[in-house]
Design a protein around this ligand. Structure first.
Ligand SMILES: O=C(O)C(=O)C[C@]1(C(=O)O)C=C[C@@H](O)C=C1
Length: 269
């Protein structure tokens, strides 16, 4: 099975991908858009993308890509994120990492390196590569990326002791499953009236289906127009989920409902 995820080697996405494939079958892309695009184009069997972090919240690039591309979600992987600061020397002029990682370590950087430039790059492992190539640059990433040549200037530097990221495993639409304890949907009602969101969520509440996440993203069509991302603690195989989705489809008849699929959750370290 060919799996694509965020590269280069050593990203947290790569670590999550190793829970579903052998390292030899994992290939890298530079963005979430390129990963999901590779799966929808049939160039890869699975893609592993970050969806939500416990400190920083949703990964908006992933939400927007899932609203655009026709892919299924077949698994969720949750992994703890414990960042380290890696550098050739103790003199740090620039801190480089993925924007999510920089945001997760905002207080640490401001307290310990208030004069450093902060540089957002495509991934944590790319930040560590820059540190390896340039004296004065420190990368934030997983401590295993230090190798023999980089100093670990700080460990567990995220601003909250508990830091975890959820990843989605995406697959071609024909692999969509109805089995699993969670399900995800993207709903675009293409409407705007008082109580619309309440109406869209009530079909789940009426059937005692717990919502585990609701997120709104701008549709891009016009200001104040939203796409809603909904995760529920129920499988698509359940009658109550099917009935709730049918009601939501009727409510969103001017727009669309994308059923991403049902899946189980795996925790990896
Ligand atoms: O840059 C990486 O290592 C990634 O896998 C991306 C990513 C993210 O986008 O959230 C994944 C986990 C961490 O939250 C930080 C960065």
């Amino acid at each position: 099975m060919q799996v694509v995820t965020l590269g280069p080697s050593g990203t947290y996405s790569h670590r999550a991908a190793k829970s579903i494939a052998d390292d030899a079958d994992i290939d890298f892309r530079e963005s979430v858009h390129a990963i999901v695009g590779a799966v929808s184009a049939g160039d890869a069997d699975r893609g592993v993308v970050p969806i939500e972090n416990s400190i920083e919240g949703s990964v908006t690039e992933t939400l927007d890509t899932l609203a655009e591309e026709d892919v299924a979600v077949v698994k969720e992987v949750v992994t703890p994120i414990r960042h380290a600061l890696l550098s050739q020397t103790e003199s740090v002029k620039t801190v480089a990492s993925h924007s999510q990682a920089l945001a997760q370590c905002r207080d640490y950087i401001e307290t310990n390196y208030p004069d450093a430039d902060v540089q957002a790059v495509a991934s944590t492992a790319r930040g560590v590569e820059l540190a390896r190539e340039n004296e004065g640059v420190a990368g934030i990433g997983h401590p295993d990326n230090a190798g023999d040549d980089l100093l670990v200037l700080g460990e567990d530097i995220q601003d909250q002791p508990s830091n975890a990221t959820r990843f989605f495993v995406v697959a071609p639409p024909e692999d969509r499953s109805e089995a699993g304890g969670k399900s995800s949907f993207v709903v675009y009602p293409n409407a705007n009236y008082p109580g619309l969101l309440l109406e869209l969520l009530t079909p789940f509440a009426d059937r005692d289906v717990n919502l585990s996440r609701v997120e709104s993203r701008p549709s891009g069509e016009r200001l104040g127009d939203y796409v809603f991302h909904v995760d529920v603690d129920a499988g698509l195989y359940e009658d109550r989920t099917q009935a709730a989705v049918a009601e939501i489809e009727a409510l969103a008849e001017s727009g669309w409902v994308r059923t991403l699929g049902s899946y189980d959750v795996t925790h990896v370290v």
